[in-house]
Design a protein around this ligand. Structure first.
Ligand code: NDP
Ligand code: OXD
Length: 306
């Protein structure tokens, strides 16, 4: 039996999987060999229909925390377990990204950068406890980011699908909690998974529900955002600024207006880059559990879509 690896950075993953499972046979997509040999697949953006080709496939491992790239496959075998990436290195990277950009918007650093050279104006400074930050998505990544912001003294809230209780964070959930969450959020961080319920969630209605002058930090998935609605909200001045890491089309096309908008910062889907070696350690443990007939952690709930 063999483990299939499908990634644009396959060498990194071969090295990582081999490090943790030196005796395992690895196949690199598309050199699959006999499809019946494939027992596990470690993938990023599998070709639609491909995972249905392997009659003995026991589980698929997502190279990313998000699994929209797998669930988008209309031929995905029903009941095939999907294990997603949860890894402390990835979580730490995301916390750093969110922290950097929250501090950027909180302390108006974009305004000081734009004032160079020659403008010596110091603008009023708001203490962290008076700054209301809101994180959409209180899972592995959003939860860690929200806890860090709360520890730094920010007035931090979060929004999730189901009810959560996290010390130091004002938690809202579901549709009833959404309007209250948005109305108090001056810096909004999106760390939701992409599901039918969250696609296009960052739209004109959501922006209008934020207080005037709010900033957006978007590091979920491109299709969460209605790009024209963001541009309109920035152009009316209702939103002060946006930091965007994810886009419906990646790389972001060179002529896209986000590249040159004075109040938009673009980063190239690097908020947190998975580290294959540490990710593969978790997958290796999951393989042992699955072979022992046990359920691994971090299984995707296919009905919820994440
Ligand atoms: P988790 O599954 O751990 O957490 C998802 C959170 O979103 C949960 O709190 C969940 O609620 C909430 N949620 C899901 N659907 C809804 C909804 N309809 N309404 C309100 N809340 C909802 O995911 P992670 O934290 O590990 O990752 C989140 C996302 O971050 C990934 O799916 C991916 O899209 C993105 N990502 C981006 C990266 C980048 O570099 N830009 C890197 C890695 C991930 P509940 O708690 O009730 O389940
Ligand atoms: C992920 C990502 O989902 O890198 O892990 O976007």
């Amino acid at each position: 039996m063999a483990i299939l690896i499908k990634s644009p950075r396959a060498e990194r993953w071969i090295d990582a999987v081999r490090h943790h499972r030196p005796d395992e046979e690895l196949r690199i997509w598309p050199q699959v060999g006999d499809a019946a040999d494939i027992e596990f697949a470690v993938v990023w953006q599998p070709e639609p229909g491909d995972l249905a080709r392997y009659p003995n496939l026991r589980a698929v491992f997502s190279m990313g925390a998000g699994v929209d790239h797998i669930l988008a496959d209309p031929h995905l075998p029903a009941g095939l377990p999907i294990v997603r990436l949860v890894d402390s290195t990835m979580t730490r990277g995301m916390v750093e990204y969110v922290l950097h950009w929250v501090l950027h918007h909180h302390r108006d650093f974009g305004r000081y950068a734009a004032a160079q050279p020659g403008d010596w104006t110091a603008h009023p400074q708001i203490p962290a406890p008076q700054r209301r930050v809101g994180v959409m998505g209180l899972g592995e990544l959003g939860g860690a980011a929200a806890r860090t912001l709360a520890r730094l003294g920010f007035d931090t809230a979060g929004w999730s699908r189901t009810e959560r209780q996290i010390e130091g964070i004002t938690c809202f959930h579901g549709e009833p909690g959404r309007a209250h969450f948005l109305a108090r959020t001056e810096i909004l961080v999106c760390l939701l998974p992409l599901t039918p319920a969250t696609e296009n969630i960052l739209d004109s209605a959501l922006f209008a529900a934020l207080p005037p002058g709010a900033a957006l930090i978007h590091c979920g998935r491109g299709p969460h955002l209605v790009e024209a609605d963001l541009l309109a909200a920035l152009d009316t001045g209702h939103l002060a600024a946006a930091t965007l890491d994810v886009f419906p089309t990646e790389p972001l096309p060179p002529a896209h207006p986000f590249w040159t908008h004075p109040r938009v910062t673009v980063t190239p889907h690097m908020a947190s880059l998975g580290v294959a070696r540490s990710a593969a350690a978790g997958f290796s443990e999951a393989i042992d559990l699955l072979r022992a007939g046990k359920l691994p952690g971090n299984l995707v709930d296919r009905a919820a879509g994440y």
